[in-house]
Design a protein around this ligand. Structure first.
Ligand code: PLP
Length: 646
């Protein structure tokens, strides 16, 4: 018999192996681990490790069902500090004579808990905001003005938007309106002349660089990019400002070559090109040009590979900052330009890590029904399929699988032309499914690619139903094939028994997670455990804090999920939330997700009219559905409720 010590060593080994299985040791190295219960823990700065499985159970016990988003504000603070320290170190190393600062594009995640964290750092580096639309600007200008950081205004701007920016300047914000087109400069000048403004915003210009990024968003840079001014246009804007007596307002040059830049080389060439433009403009057109806004694009290593493919980046935050500062310094040295304040607009790299999306897994779908016994008078193709199933082996599986395919197709054709019994069609389907499973087992055992039958074998994967909507919680997985790492929150001391696809609860075949981030090769099926009745089994998607909430949609009317912010109990509770006690002095501030009623109102069926028509329909009718019950339904969460038993 093994001693207790030996047992716990093998248990620990199993847990370590489990982290490797999901790649957590790579992509989650700094912030995800496992505890002795075999549960996944989140390590946010300045907080004790948080057991995410226990957290989900605590929430469920208080009626806050999965799916939910768990937010760790100290993670955002930590990422901001890391980026700011990286730039400070780069400034020191390169003896760069101007400061650097960061500005968060609000569009990356507009949720209040996020903006309050970024804008409310009391003892950290100052961070500004970037607004790309009127509501985002209203949000930013309603906050206390900060003298030390700019408020950047990007996006397409009509007169109203530019006037809002002027008002923001009058409220004391250091506003820079970044012009994206020649028409915008005309509008800006017109607004400048409309009245005697007490304070005026500065002007920035967005350059269209020839340098391009890499990865999924590379079309954001280069000649054909949607945004930015060509060199000719830049000069035309500068001249227009000069002619209007506003040359001294041109204070910033901006570029953005795309999100998630996967190669450091692309950052280097873009920064160098932009720094040259900066020095040329400063020398001849814009004496007060003092800021270079290098846009966003700092990559996130979603799969932990540190490679230059779309879900990773081949550089670190520190390397990024150093490269940016180094390139600008080189140009400043060569040209004698006044060194710009360098502004980074990185968003993804600051916010992705702070949020975890948790869904509960319900049931594995796609099991085999018991095989049908041979039937008297059954068709020849059925007998052939039985034989294929009996004799398929590692030496003949390709030929036998193709034979089985032919038999199955023949059976379907015979059935459609009225020449096959229904029982035989069922037998053909069942036998073919078994041949496919047997082939898959052979191919998996051989570890060889399965040639042209690979697509057929994928159908044999089982499917785990996850109680969430991909469209709401992981829109980029659906829209642009982005991969996120996913891990079950419990049972890491146990070997997984199923390799399963993950499908969501929307009525849409796109509602699935096609791939999961992994450092070796992204996975199309995830190793998972079979659910034990009455025991919740949660799956967490990590690094969902950037863009997922802002791009989410209510497809099928599955709406916003519950949001849970993990804070120290000594911190004030956020407005509009309910506070639950967790453990070790930690509190959970819960903001409820959309109810059925809220979702119906979003599509113009407001609560009153639904209640009214239900009442009318009930009047004089004998139904078991009471009005009170239907009202309860309007207040309910649209996702699946916890079920007992099958
Ligand atoms: N700045 C601009 C103008 C952008 O369009 C974006 C997003 O694409 C960003 C900054 C933020 O980019 P990222 O989140 O990749 O850092």
């Amino acid at each position: 018999m093994k001693s207790h010590g030996e047992q716990s060593t093998s248990y620990l080994d199993a847990m370590h192996g489990s982290l490797k299985r999901y790649g957590v040791d790579r992509w989650g190295e700094e912030f995800v681990g496992v505890n002795e219960a075999g549960h996944i823990v989140f390590r946010a700065p300045e907080l004790p490790p948080v057991d995410l499985h226990a957290l989900a159970q605590t929430l469920e016990a208080q009626g806050v069902r999965a799916p939910h988003v768990v937010r760790f504000p100290t993670m955002i603070e930590g990422r901001i500090r890391r980026l700011s320290e990286a730039f400070a170190a780069a400034v020191a190393e390169n003896e760069y004579p101007a400061p650097c600062c960061g500005v968060l594009p609000i569009k990356v995640n507009q949720r209040r808990a996020v903006i309050d964290t970024v804008d409310g750092l009391s003892d950290g580096p100052a961070f500004g905001l970037e607004a790309g639309s009127k509501p985002e600007l209203l949000l930013a200008m309603s906050r206390p003005p900060r003298a030390e950081v700019p408020l950047l205004v990007n996006g397409f701007k009509d007169r109203e938007f530019i006037r809002m920016a002027y008002h923001a300047a009058e409220l004391g914000h250091r506003v820079v309106v970044v012009l994206e087109s020649l028409r915008e400069v005309t509008r800006f000048i017109a607004v400048a002349r409309e009245q005697a403004w007490k304070q005026q915003p500065d002007v920035g210009v967005r350059a269209k660089l020839y340098s391009r990024g890499s990865g999924r968003w590379q079309a954001s840079g280069g000649e054909a990019a949607k945004f930015g001014l060509t060199t000719l246009e830049l000069l035309a804007v500068a001249r227009a400002l000069r002619d209007a007596g506003l040359a001294d307002r041109l204070a910033l040059l901006h570029f953005h070559i795309g999100s998630q830049i996967t190669r450091i080389k692309h950052i280097k060439t873009a920064v160098r090109e932009a720094a040259r433009l900066y020095s040329g403009l400063q020398a001849d057109y814009a004496p007060n040009l003092r800021s270079l806004d290098v846009g966003g694009g700092l990559g996130v290593d979603y799969d932990g590979s540190r490679a230059s493919h779309a879900s990773s980046a081949n550089y670190t935050v520190e390397e990024y900052a150093n490269q940016v500062v180094f390139e600008v310094m080189e140009v400043v040295r060569e040209t004698g330009a006044v060194a710009p304040r360098i502004i980074t607009e990185s968003g993804r790299a600051l916010l992705a890590h702070h949020a975890v999306t948790v869904a509960d897994l319900r049931e594995v779908q796609g099991g085999l029904l018991p095989a049908q016994e041979p039937r008297e008078g059954e068709h020849r193709v059925i007998a052939q399929l039985r034989e294929t199933l009996e004799f398929i082996s590692a030496s003949n599986y390709e030929e036998y699988f193709h034979d089985a395919l032919d038999c199955r197709d023949e059976a379907l054709q015979l059935f459609s032309s009225g020449n096959l019994h229904l029982e035989d069609r069922a037998a053909a389907e069942g036998l073919f499914a078994r041949v496919r499973l047997a082939t898959k087992a052979i191919v998996d055992g051989l570890g060889r690619p399965a040639g042209d039958i690979v697509d057929h074998l994928a159908v044999a994967n089982c499917k785990y139903l996850a109680n969430f909507s991909v469209f709401q919680s992981l829109p980029d997985a659906w829209g642009i094939d982005q991969v996120f790492p996913a891990v079950p929150l419990s049972r890491h001391g146990e070997r997984p028994t199923v390799h399963s696809e993950v499908i969501d609860i929307t009525c849409d075949s796109d509602g699935c997670v096609p791939r999961f981030a992994h450092p070796k090769e992204n996975l199309s099926v995830l190793p998972l455990h079979e659910r034990r009745d009455a025991e919740p089994y949660y799956l967490a998607f990590f690094m969902t804090g950037a863009y997922q909430e802002s791009l989410s949609n209510d497809h099928n009317l599955f709406g916003r999920t519950h949001e849970v912010v993990v804070r120290r109990e000594t911190e004030p509770q956020a407005e509009g939330t309910r506070r639950l006690h967790f453990v070790d002095g930690l509190a959970l501030d819960v903001r409820d997700g959309d109810t059925n009623g809220v979702l119906l109102a979003k599509v113009d069926f407001d609560r009153k009219s639904i209640e009214g028509s239900l009442r009318e329909r009930h009047a004089g009718q004998e139904t078991t559905l009471g009005v009170a019950w239907s009202v309860d339904l309007l207040d309910a969460y649209p996702y699946l409720s916890r079920t007992q038993g099958p």
